[in-house]
Design a protein around this ligand. Structure first.
Ligand SMILES: C[S@@+](CC[C@H](N)C(=O)[O-])C[C@H]1O[C@@H](n2cnc3c(N)ncnc32)[C@H](O)[C@@H]1O
Length: 251
């Protein structure tokens, strides 16, 4: 017997074939990940900090790093962004992002590219969206340094998973070699190294506490403007002042 699909059935089938989805997108009224373990992700999170970006991006250029299915790229397009370039290392997620953008009727340039290769983009962007990627990297400081060096023109919207203490301690500029106790303070900047898996994900490597993530951003040359939600920061490109060991120049 010939089975006839309605357009909704076809769409549902295509969405299923493109799964599993991490982003719960709404495509033609269908949710792509309605049973996400975090809830309506990332829409519920976005609702908590979307006020920190201008409602009208007035044609500004955007780079979305680790775009996944393109939730943030599409939100930037809804806010009248100009060029949006979206990169990810996973072709599975890029296929989803292309599908979602096609359905939304918006033009986004998707590229299979790692954050470590952003110099190849050869331009700075008015806004860089770097959400939920840093803890997936084995070289988080290198990534932040490369973003500062090559692509952040003005502002970066940033999020990183955090664990551990959330206090920001008052620290001296230097400590004597004999110092021991300061490192035992829960709020001292710390990165927890995950050798195997966290949340059943072998790509979680370094999970910072709050003081560490703020110190890492500053150390790479970013100035924290707003922290609307525990894990989310709006930062500006500032002056970088390395004491030593500047980051490698990558052509
Ligand atoms: C937790 S998801 C975050 C997705 C989205 N940015 C968000 O905040 O909802 C992490 C994404 O980063 C991508 N990713 C992991 N390593 C990457 C790398 N080296 N360069 C670019 N993207 C990467 C993954 O494929 C995945 O899509």
């Amino acid at each position: 017997m010939e089975v006839k699909f309605s357009r909704k059935d076809d769409l549902e089938r295509e969405i299923k074939e493109l799964g599993p989805w991490f982003h719960n997108m709404r495509i033609g009224g269908i949710e792509t990940a309605p049973n996400h373990f975090l809830g309506d992700y990332p829409a519920f999170k976005w609702a908590r900090f979307k006020h920190v970006l201008p409602e009208d991006l007035e044609g500004r250029s955007v780079l979305d790093i680790g775009c996944n299915a393109g939730f943030y790229s599409l939100e930037m397009k809804k806010r009248n962004a100009g060029t949006v370039v979206a990169i990810d290392t996973d072709p599975h997620y890029l296929r989803q992002a292309e599908f979602a953008a096609d359905h939304a009727g918006v033009e986004i340039e998707f590229r299979l590219m790692s954050v470590y290769d952003v110099a190849k983009l050869g331009q700075r962007f008015d806004l860089v969206v770097f959400m939920g990627v840093l803890y997936h990297l084995r070289h988080p400081m290198l990534a932040l340094d490369l973003l500062y060096e090559h692509v952040v023109g003005d502002t970066m919207l940033f999020q990183c998973l955090q664990r551990g203490d959330v206090t920001i301690p008052e620290l001296q500029h230097d400590y004597d070699f004999s110092e021991w106790r300061i490192f035992e303070q829960p709020g001292y900047p710390k990165l927890f190294f995950v050798e195997e898996r966290f949340s059943n994900d072998p790509t979680n490597w370094f999970i910072p506490n709050k003081a560490a993530i703020e110190a890492m951003l500053r150390s790479s040359g970013f100035v924290i403007q707003q922290n609307p939600e525990r894990e989310v920061y709006l930062v500006r490109r500032g002056q970088r002042s390395f004491a030593a060991d500047p980051p490698p120049k990558i052509a």
